[in-house]
Design a protein around this ligand. Structure first.
Ligand code: PMP
Length: 352
């Protein structure tokens, strides 16, 4: 029945997320979820949502959540936009902020949703190669005509962070381009660009609750930037769906920010496991890129990544392997809990 499809739908090749296992007992290290549950305060707050309140629409402005985020991140509530996961917030940013007269710039190795959105919204783009150390070199973006720039910091799937000085130089060199910094993984060791928001009206910082806040299942993301950028996102949202966040997600998200000790404890545990896993993989002969994220990107000189991924899968461990020729020798492995990390290392010891 594809004769009913619009011409643009015929050309789309959507992003395919990693395998979502149906079988219990699989060790799932393929989509960078948090191995720990969210703070108990989150589920407690969600239980306080009454049946009667669910009869009513949620707050279209998400005022309580914006107030909570603003206080924590030291910005104003009208410098915040919230949505259903950062993928949705990114989509609104692509729709609302990118100039169509010039291409969007992003790295050749980066979050694979960026080219998908470009195709969906008809935005030209240029993929700028990572340097030989697999880093984003912001100098490559500074002097090019562009309709915007986007990168994760730390980058995905490499995990390599960018220093703030490089981001600031880019904001100064490209004052007419919106620079979107996708900080999905920043809490695991990156440096946030949020303090630049008051200084550079072309900066949009995007965050998610899916990684460091263990809430991938709740779908909460947000953006912070100059009020004029936020106004553009709100205009698009309000032309699309006035109520993007449901009452349960709003309650859970606010409660997550109320348990700072839990947030610090789980992040520290993940960082500690990452360092131990890096050392163990290096002992097995892997080269591991320096990660500031909740995953690592590693290659082995003697074993093909595709075969290793298949060997792990046969032994009930799922990791990510990419087909892109520049990175098809790498495995991307999410940091699990200590038992999962141990199983991964034991299994790779058998396979190498
Ligand atoms: N940005 C990056 C770099 C990511 O890796 C992801 C998760 N895959 C997202 C954004 C989207 O996260 P979510 O929609 O769960 O907030």
């Amino acid at each position: 029945m594809s004769q009913f499809w619009s011409p643009i739908v015929q050309t789309l090749t959507p992003y395919v997320p990693g395998e979502q296992p149906k079988l219990p007992g699989l060790i799932k290290l393929n989509t960078n979820e948090n191995p720990y549950p969210p703070s108990p305060a989150v589920t407690a707050a969600m239980h306080t949502v009454t049946a009667d309140s669910l009869r009513l629409y949620p707050d279209p402005d998400a005022a309580e959540l914006k107030k909570t985020l603003a206080a924590y991140h030291d910005v104003q509530p009208d410098e915040i936009f919230v949505g259903n996961g950062s993928d949705e917030v990114l989509a609104f940013a692509f729709m609302a902020l990118l100039k169509h007269s010039e291409p969007l710039l992003f790295a050749d190795i980066t979050y694979s949703f960026y080219p998908v959105y470009c195709k969906l919204f008809g935005i030209d783009y240029v993929e700028v190669p990572l340097n030989s150390a697999m880093e984003i070199d912001t100098a490559d973006y500074e002097d090019r005509a562009c309709g915007g720039i986007i990168f994760p910091n730390p980058n995905a799937p490499t995990g390599i962070p960018l220093p703030l000085a490089a981001i600031e130089a880019l904001l100064i060199k490209q004052p007419n381009a919106v620079v979107v910094v996708d900080e999905a993984y920043v809490d695991f060791g990156g440096e946030t660009a949020i303090p630049f928001i008051n200084k550079y009206p072309n900066l949009l910082v995007i965050r998610t609750f899916s990684k460091s806040r263990s809430l991938a299942g709740l779908r909460v993301g947000f953006a912070m930037g100059h009020v004029k950028l936020i106004e553009a996102l709100e205009r698009v949202k309000n032309s699309f769906n006035s109520y993007p966040m449901d009452r349960l997600a709003l309650a859970g998200a606010v409660a997550s920010y109320g348990d700072e000790a839990y947030f610090q404890k789980t992040n520290a545990a993940i960082i500690d496991s990452r360092e131990q896993m890096t050392a163990a993989l290096e002992k097995l002969g892997f080269t591991v890129l320096p990660s500031a994220a909740n995953f690592i990107f590693a290659r082995h000189e003697s074993y093909a990544a595709e075969q290793l991924a298949a060997g792990l899968r046969e032994r009930a461990i799922i990791v990510r392997h990419f087909k892109h020729p520049r990175i098809n020798q790498y495995l991307r492995i999410s940091i699990g809990n200590p038992d999962e990390c141990k199983m991964l290392i034991q299994t790779l010891t058998l396979l190498t």
